[in-house]
Design a protein around this ligand. Structure first.
Ligand SMILES: *Cc1c(COP(=O)(O)O)cnc(C)c1O
Length: 669
């Protein structure tokens, strides 16, 4: 293979007459980062000497606003900045007068929530581990949506306007691919974004597919505009065909030899159909060894189902035969289920926590023997805060090079009796809280008050308003033990009417709890995104997680909190099942015994909230006993919990997770 010399030879950037990219990409610089790792990674991928993973995901949350963000000489469009968000609180005057100043570059807005963040954390870690990987996704030209508050009446979804043409690090390629469907072809422009390792010595290229090109008709151009927001079945099918089949075409066009196609969720399941359909001479079963599938949710709505007729509208008979052979819910069924398609065509199938593995086996008994469980993680370097990093570095001799290998964080347990260590940890946390209190100072958030956060996607099974079930009880705890601050954030999918009512309920409750003598402060932050997530997972004292078991497959926001020594108050579901005996917090509520999996949701709000208040009161006592008028009590059991959190961050990270994928799924050394 001829050796390539420059980026321009390796990466065909779209004809750039205005020299838009010349200032940011030249001999040895790529948007402020070194270009050499790009050349090396591209050459290695093209040479195909190593086993290469193609990772497919509908969404990616890369945290570009604060982690490994590129710089750009050329001005960035204002559309790519977040200036401010509203806050809805029981400090009402402040809400009218102020907004939360953000003023940061927007995160590459091609994600909606946990699945995307996991995908982003995964490919960042693959870059850290120098794995030969290329990632495939979609350039959502209008993102997911921007959440706007509508006084106390709930949320209004607003179109997310951003400008891919001035987003630092994102480049349009000359290459276009054609997705051949039954009655029409869809053309896709390819974009590239390089995901660098922490030390900037390796990259994973992320290829993004974009249907907004002149070759397509108007409807075709809109196919890749809004993530999970198409109003009709045809849009949903076409988006999945674009990711799965268009993704295969993109890999071919860019000449990446791929050993394993890893499907992060079933959205990309048509990738197998494209591969098998292209090669009618071989037995499709033989292709299964090139496919792996990770399932991310037991919630039925998370599994794509289409009728055979709906699929037939777009797929030619030969592809349709493959869909029917591998994707029907049962041999007599006329329902195509992408989860079934993915499970039937992948040689490796996995759930995302031990508990989810058990639940998945009950849901899909026919696949019981084949379902593995690999627990999710988070990318430590993305989610850890500066004060915690500085604190850990002071004790680097005992902890080891945890930045390189976060599994070493378990070593903090050896420092549990070290007075200086305990004190410094408390102080690092105080600094984080001070930062949050500073950002929300207009709402008089206090750094010495116990602060709880509930922040995630608003969905019924996550029970957003559980802690608001009984305000009198909260006030009672606040009066007897100490004041409370509760922060909320979360978006409800615009078509999810039940989720909408939760946003409304939270706001109404906040509205009714004005003037609590500083005892109970409740805030809801607008437009929950990765930026706000980072601020909350490090700046609060208690991370509240109360899904109804067994619907939370894993959950990852709590893992971001433990990376910052923030203790957990949680029901026992998802990853927590594996961590609850490690002293990282307090656990309450209904537990699923593994026998009674049903699709019905009985939310158990009154029983579980009562349990929640009892646990919260215990935690409040511990917290207020740790730092009182006599100063810090370094021996406090609260600080024990914080240390255990950091130690568990040694397990619940994507470094450990990818080592498991390497050995159990990809069969790599
Ligand atoms: C981590 C994260 C999530 C996932 O949170 P869960 O607790 O797993 O539901 C969702 N949204 C954003 C913005 C996140 O950063």
């Amino acid at each position: 293979m001829k050796s390539h010399n420059s980026l321009q030879e390796l990466v065909r950037i779209k004809d750039d007459p205005q020299g838009r990219y010349a200032a940011d990409i030249h001999d040895d610089v790529y948007f402020g980062f070194p270009v050499a790792p790009v050349l090396a990674a591209e050459r290695a991928l093209l040479a195909g000497k190593q086993k290469t993973i193609a990772y497919f995901s509908m969404e990616y949350g890369l945290a570009t606003s604060f982690y490994n963000g590129f710089t750009s000489v050329r001005p960035v469009s204002d559309a790519n900045r977040v200036i401010e968000n509203e806050v809805f609180s029981n400090e009402r005057i402040a809400d009218y007068l102020f907004s939360l100043k953000v003023d940061a570059l927007v995160d590459l807005p091609i994600y909606s929530g946990g699945l995307g963040v996991l995908a982003g954390d995964t490919i960042k870690t693959a870059a850290d581990m120098k794995l030969p990987m290329v990632a495939i996704g979609i350039l959502w030209s209008k993102g997911y949506f921007k959440q706007r508050f509508w006084f106390k009446f709930g949320q209004l979804p607003e179109e997310m306007k951003w400008d891919p043409w001035t987003f630092p690090g994102l480049i349009p390629l000359e290459d276009k691919v054609k997705l051949e469907l039954k009655n029409k072809d869809i053309y896709l422009r390819l974009w590239k974004y390089y995901v660098y390792s922490r030390t900037r010595d390796h990259v994973v290229p992320l290829i993004l597919l974009d249907s907004n090109v002149e070759e397509n008709d108007e409807a075709g151009r809109r196919l890749t505009d809004k993530l999970y927001r198409s109003d009709d079945v045809s849009g949903r099918i076409l988006q999945r065909l674009i990711l799965g089949m268009g993704g295969i075409r993109a890999l071919e066009e860019l000449k990446y030899p791929v050993s394993i196609h890893h499907l992060n969720e079933g959205h990309a399941a048509f990738a197998f159909v494209r591969k098998a359909g292209d090669d009618p001479g071989t037995d499709p079963d033989a292709l299964k060894s090139q496919f792996a599938y990770t399932c991310h949710t037991p919630v039925p709505a998370g599994h794509d189902r289409f009728s055979v007729g709906e699929c037939e509208a777009y797929l030619n008979p030969q592809d349709m035969a493959l869909v029917k052979r591998y994707g029907l819910e049962s041999p007599e069924s006329s329902v195509v289920n992408l989860t079934v398609l993915a499970m039937n065509t992948a040689s490796s199938v996995n759930a995302v926590s031990w508990k989810h593995g058990e639940v998945m086996k009950l849901q899909f008994p026919a696949y019981k023997e084949r379902i593995k469980a690999i627990t999710n993680g988070v990318h430590f370097s993305t989610w850890v805060s500066e004060p915690i990093l500085k604190f850990l570095d002071k004790f680097g001799k005992d902890v080891g090079d945890y930045r390189h290998d976060p599994r070493l964080l378990t070593h903090v347990l050896s420092l549990k009796d070290n007075h200086a260590f305990r004190k410094a940890l408390w102080e690092a946390h105080r600094e984080n809280k001070k930062g949050l209190a500073g950002m929300l100072g207009r709402w008089r958030l206090k750094e010495d008050v116990l602060t709880v956060a509930w922040a995630r996607r608003i969905a019924a099974y996550k029970r957003p308003s559980l802690i608001l079930q009984d305000i009198d009880r909260l006030m009672d705890i606040a009066k007897r033990v100490g004041p409370l601050q509760i922060l909320f954030a979360g978006k409800a999918h615009p078509n999810d009417n039940i989720a909408f009512t939760y946003v409304n309920e939270i706001m109404n409750t906040i509205d009714k709890t004005q003037d609590q003598d500083g005892l109970l402060k409740i805030l809801m932050l607008e437009n929950y995104d990765i930026y706000i997530a980072k601020m909350l997972v490090s700046g609060v004292d208690i991370w509240l997680n109360n899904p109804l078991p067994p619907y939370e497959a894993s959950g990852t926001s709590g893992m971001k909190a433990i990376a910052n020594a923030v203790v957990q108050l949680s029901t026992v579901d998802g990853w927590i099942v594996e961590a609850k005996d490690s002293g990282i917090g307090k656990f309450f509520g209904y537990e699923d015994t593994g026998r009674g999996y049903t699709d019905g949701l009985a939310l158990r709000l009154s029983e579980d909230s009562s349990d929640l208040y009892a646990s919260l009161e215990d935690m409040a006592r511990l917290y207020y006993g740790t730092n009182d008028k006599d100063g810090i009590h370094v021996q406090s059991a609260w600080i024990d919990m914080m240390i255990h959190c950091l130690a568990e961050a040694g397990r619940f990270n994507t470094f450990r997770m990818l080592h498991e994928y390497k050995s159990q799924v990809w069969d790599m050394k």
